[in-house]
Ligand binder design. Structure first.
Ligand code: BES
Ligand code: MN
Ligand code: ZN
Length: 520
């Protein structure tokens, strides 16, 4: 009845030109706040592009009306206020001159996009120098890319299951005029934003439309389009591999679990791959340890770790990076069916280690443990990262504004922190102290899947670490707080998936160098 999720195409297009603004429905001007000297906290909007009579007229009106103060992400549409013969003028605030950085530009791009959509302006033309006047020429491509990313990521909606609204307005896009950086910046931003929006739409798709089998079908098509290899294993193959933890989670559901393997072979044949592992729980009811019903519908997003892996693979396929990268996704439902595993059951992992299932709601770590073992056995990765909406505890600890990371390689963690700064995505390191291991000891098996509530996110990491080959540099990313329903930045939609860590990982992989071995 409903089509397969279409390859995500960006509706709005960007063009970047060194010529003067051409015709558009509105001219866009960036304004900064300049704090006045002395005691008064007052600040006046300042324009740093080329001055003209029109600009002077706007400046003096802003002074009188105090309606627009150029605060970060503030916009004001001056309808029928012609500047250089454009019918409308859109002002965008860039905040304090002293605080401008690439993230400010990313959010400004989003603010412009949202204002354009709201005012139904088909095409806009941005005066590039009004954004970049204070940016050193060498940094301009980086700032401009951020502006484009924000523009393309903002306003995401998931409409596949709504009646088509034929009257709905479609934005044509934006021109950025009078600046040097061009096609390269635009291509990068579009590749990244498409990958992010692809991941978001996967998450937004409800559980009944994104079963593990449907997930596999969508990724098979994506792989074809992006030039990746894709292989899918079903229940009998997982049984052959003795993936008892993964199968254990799936056994309460009538939907067949799928292990989805995406491969990008851009490096030398002999280069070991970098492995990305994703938790793809397409719906998490908690199983027999059933979750309360409040907001349980959000558990359709329990596959966002897998969506992030799919998004990264989508991007590196398009960028054709000279690296070997594999993405492995463990996709299953966690349901309380008649065959579901029960608290106290013991399951055997692919690695041979036995696990006592204390809480069937701690299912993500079980899926990851077996997919990690499979990854190590068949790919011997040079580095491994996993992505998962793993614990409610990370939401309590960090909120939604950042992702929790932890692992065995200070070097890889350090690189993630650097890429975080560069891309405006945030990560925060949590510890994996040995002392936490005690709490996961079991009286009847090698380990149990859940302990006390204290340090819940680190305990999740410790469980996974138990299965990680100590020679492989590894980082676990807990995105339970940051993966969806973000209200803190304007380029993430408040009611949909966010698609975090895709831009960060693209940056990290674009600058990849071999790592020293892990510390255990
Ligand atoms: N999918 C949940 C974690 C989660 C919580 C994601 C909130 C997004 C928002 C995970 O499977 C889970 O239920 N974890 C348990 C683990 C516990 C039983 C050790 C949790 O956090 O309560
Ligand atoms: Mn759970
Ligand atoms: Zn879960």
């Amino acid at each position: 009845m409903f089509a397969l999720l279409e390859e995500f195409k960006l509706a709005a297009k960007i063009s970047i030109t060194s010529s003067q603004p051409s015709s558009a429905d509105a001219l866009v001007l960036g304004w900064f706040q300049e704090e006045s000297e002395g005691k008064s906290k007052e600040s006046t909007p300042v324009y740093l592009g080329k001055k003209s009579k029109d600009i002077d007229a706007i400046a003096s009106r802003l002074k009188q009306s105090k309606h627009f103060s150029a605060k970060k992400n503030e916009t004001d549409l001056l309808r029928y206020f012609p500047v250089q013969d454009f019918p409308n003028t859109l002002l965008v605030g860039l905040g304090s001159l002293k605080k401008v950085n690439s993230e400010v530009l990313r959010q400004a791009g989003a603010a412009v996009s949202l204002a354009q959509k709201k005012a139904k302006l088909g095409k806009i033309s941005v005066v590039g120098e009004s954004l970049l006047a204070k940016v050193a020429p060498a940094d301009q491509p980086y700032y401009l890319q951020a502006f484009c990313e924000g523009y393309l990521m903002a306003g995401h909606e998931y409409k596949d299951l709504k009646k088509a609204d034929k009257t709905s307005f479609e934005m044509q896009g934006m021109e950025i005029a009078g600046v040097k950086p061009g096609a390269e910046v635009n291509t990068q931003a579009s590749i990244l934003a498409s990958a992010v929006n692809f991941a978001r739409a996967l998450g937004d798709r409800p559980g009944n439309f994104l079963t593990p089998a449907e997930f596999a079908k969508i990724l098979e098509k994506m792989a074809k389009d992006q030039g990746l290899k894709c292989k899918v294993l079903g229940r009998s193959e997982l049984q052959k591999e003795k993936m008892g933890l993964f199968i254990g989670v799936a056994q309460g559901s009538v939907e067949e679990p799928k292990l989805i393997i995406l491969e990008h072979r851009g490096g030398k044949k002999t280069d070991k791959p970098i492995a990305l592992v994703g938790k793809g729980v397409t719906f998490d009811t908690g199983g027999i340890s059933l979750k309360p019903s409040a907001a349980m519908e959000d558990m359709k997003y329990d596959m966002m770790g897998a969506a992030v892996v799919a998004g990264i693979m989508h991007a590196i396929g398009a960028l054709n990076l000279p690296l070997n990268v594999v993405g492995l996704i463990g996709a299953t439902e966690n349901m309380p069916g008649g065959r579901a595993q029960k608290p106290g059951d013991v399951a055997r992992s692919m690695s041979g280690k036995s696990v006592e299932i204390i809480n069937t709601d701690a299912e993500g770590r079980l899926v990851l443990a077996d997919v990690i073992e499979y990854t190590q056995k068949y790919f011997q990765p040079q580095a491994m990262l996993d992505f998962a909406t793993l614990t409610g505890a990370v939401v309590h600890a960090l909120g939604s504004v950042t992702s929790g990371i932890m692992g065995t390689s200070p070097d890889l963690i350090g690189r993630m922190k650097d890429s975080a700064v560069h891309t405006g995505e945030r990560v925060w390191e949590l510890p994996l102290y040995e002392e936490y291991e005690e709490d996961l000891r079991s009286a009847v098996a090698d380990i149990k899947n859940s302990g006390s509530r204290e340090a819940g996110s680190s305990k999740g990491g410790i469980f996974i670490k138990f299965f990680v080959d100590s020679k492989i540099p590894w980082v676990h990313c807990d995105i339970a707080g940051s993966a969806y329903h973000r209200k803190d930045v304007n380029y993430h939609p408040a009611k949909y998936g966010a698609g975090v860590l895709i831009r960060l990982m693209a940056h990290l992989l674009q600058n990849w160098k071999p790592l020293p071995q892990a510390h255990s």
